[in-house]
Write a protein that binds this ligand. Structure first.
Ligand code: GLU
Ligand code: MG
Length: 459
């Protein structure tokens, strides 16, 4: 048990004046409240009052009243900081940060709390004697900060890229050297362990990958890493675009989600030594993800730009299949080896981006994986090429199915998957679908360029 009073005193003594409590909404957008540090002991117990309507905020800060469970402006829930995740922000030293969970006004579980949904799946895994490890990769485009329009509060339409240099080159990052140095230092200071950072394929695109951990920590860290990147970018006159697409036609920002499943300290995705296939239980996990992939994608890549990002030829994935180290596959199986060790084995979900709620995305992955493991779901044979290069007839002949390309197909996929509708539960599902419909209606008559521009700085 963390002693909130001692914590508050210690923070105060170190110059911290406020604590930001953050969560992510159904659009993957971080929301927050900041309280004076002296109130932390009280806030840790009773929380901060926030509107129930955050569950039905759409991507554009519109509130939809279309879901009957949350159809009025009346109602409040309590946002409780998780003190175990409280972090003094290295890049914002006057502030500390904590992930929040939402409970009802009488302190009982609130069915719209996404963090609670993930906790339930972690418990379901534990009840089966299983442990999950997860880690997010985050791609983002760096631009010069630019200004904000006085008219509509939108960031300038034509941001200037932060650097122009070959993909993956060290001199690309040289142009943002001070930012990178501060970012790595701040991430370490904030307790976000990093696998690696590099100049990615897209123009001024950077990738940051976070070390795998338990699922709740992985989702908390994904939120904290965003805050850390935004703060470091601001310090250096830059801005980070996390949106699934920076431009309508260009390379997207994937937030690939790596998972592995363990029993008794053994990684079930590790096959026989040097085998390019998961072990039997690991195959069930992979088969479960594959079986529900179209519905899963409605949660892990839910926005209108998410749908446009899923094109063949961009390493973003577009069809329902798995492959061994295949970068066009939505499910890329990464085997272990005698050289790398069995623990290296994991599944990378590429149909995943910043517009997903990080807790819900992980909960959905775990639920489908667990179901697959229980049922012994068969993933079939891996595909080692890009099916996007096959003809339409060839894809049809081989049963290669496209992932949803419209909000309507996305909703259909989600609502017809009993396993995934059960993960969200009736209330959260209702709110989630209402928000998706609100976004879809907003986007319906707009060109993709405008849609992409409106999402660019939301995450
Ligand atoms: N940028 C690609 C995407 O949209 C991923 C590139 C990669 O494989 O790292 O997911
Ligand atoms: Mg990448």
């Amino acid at each position: 048990m963390v002693d909130a009073r001692a914590l508050a005193l210690d923070l105060e003594a170190n110059g911290v004046v406020g604590v930001t409590v953050a969560w992510a909404d159904n659009n993957g957008i971080p929301r927050s409240r900041t309280v004076p540090v002296a109130t932390l002991p009280q806030v840790a117990v009773r929380g901060i009052g926030v509107s129930t309507l955050f569950a039905v905020f759409d991507t554009h800060d519109g509130i939809t009243y279309a879901y009957e469970g949350l159809a009025t402006p009346s109602g409040d829930v309590r946002l409780i900081p998780e003190l175990g995740g409280l972090t003094r922000l290295a890049g914002q030293p006057a502030l500390a940060w904590a992930p929040g969970r939402q409970v009802t006004a009488d302190g009982s579980p609130w069915p719209y709390d996404q963090r609670g949904v993930l906790e339930a799946q972690v418990e379901a895994a534990a009840a089966d004697g299983l442990e999950i490890k997860a880690g997010y990769e985050m791609e983002f485009v760096l631009t010069e900060a630019g200004g904000v329009s006085q008219v509509n509060n939108q960031a300038d339409a034509e941001p200037r890229l932060a650097y122009h240099a070959p993909a993956y080159s060290p001199h690309a990052l040289l142009a943002v050297d001070e930012f990178v140095a501060d970012l790595l230092g701040d991430l370490a200071g904030n307790g976000v362990p990093v696998n690696q950072l590099h100049a990615e394929y897209g123009p001024a695109q950077v990738e940051l990958s976070i070390v795998a951990s338990d699922p709740i920590t992985a989702a908390d860290r994904q939120l904290l890493a965003r805050q850390t990147v935004h703060a470091a970018a601001r310090e250096h006159g830059l801005r980070a675009c996390f949106a699934p697409l920076f431009t309508a036609a260009g390379v997207g920002n994937g937030w690939h989600l790596h998972t592995s499943v363990w029993r008794g300290g053994r990684n079930l995705l590790a096959g026989a030594p040097s085998a390019e296939r998961p072990g039997p239980d690991g195959a069930g996990w992979l088969g479960g993800l594959l079986r529900d992939l179209r519905a899963l994608a409605a949660i892990t890549a839910p926005s209108v730009p998410s749908l446009a990002r899923l094109r063949p030829g961009y390493f973003a994935s577009a069809y329902q299949f798995w492959g061994v180290e295949n970068r066009e596959a939505p499910l890329r199986f990464i085997p272990g080896s005698e050289f790398l060790g069995a623990d290296h084995a994991n599944v990378e979900l590429k149909v995943s981006d910043a517009s997903a709620n990080p807790y819900l995305a992980l909960a959905a992955v775990i639920a489908t994986g667990l179901a697959g493991l229980r049922d012994g779901a068969d993933p079939g044979e891996p595909v080692q090429v890009d099916p996007g290069r096959w003809s339409e007839q060839e894809r049809a002949a081989r049963g290669m199915i496209r992932l949803p390309t419209t909000p309507g197909e996305q909703e259909e996929a989600l609502t017809t998957s009993p396993r995934l509708t059960a993960v969200l539960g009736e209330h959260l599902l209702g709110a989630f679908l209402a928000v998706r419909r609100s976004d879809a209606a907003w986007a319906a008559d707009r060109p993709l360029e405008d849609i992409v521009a409106a999402h660019r700085w939301r995450y």
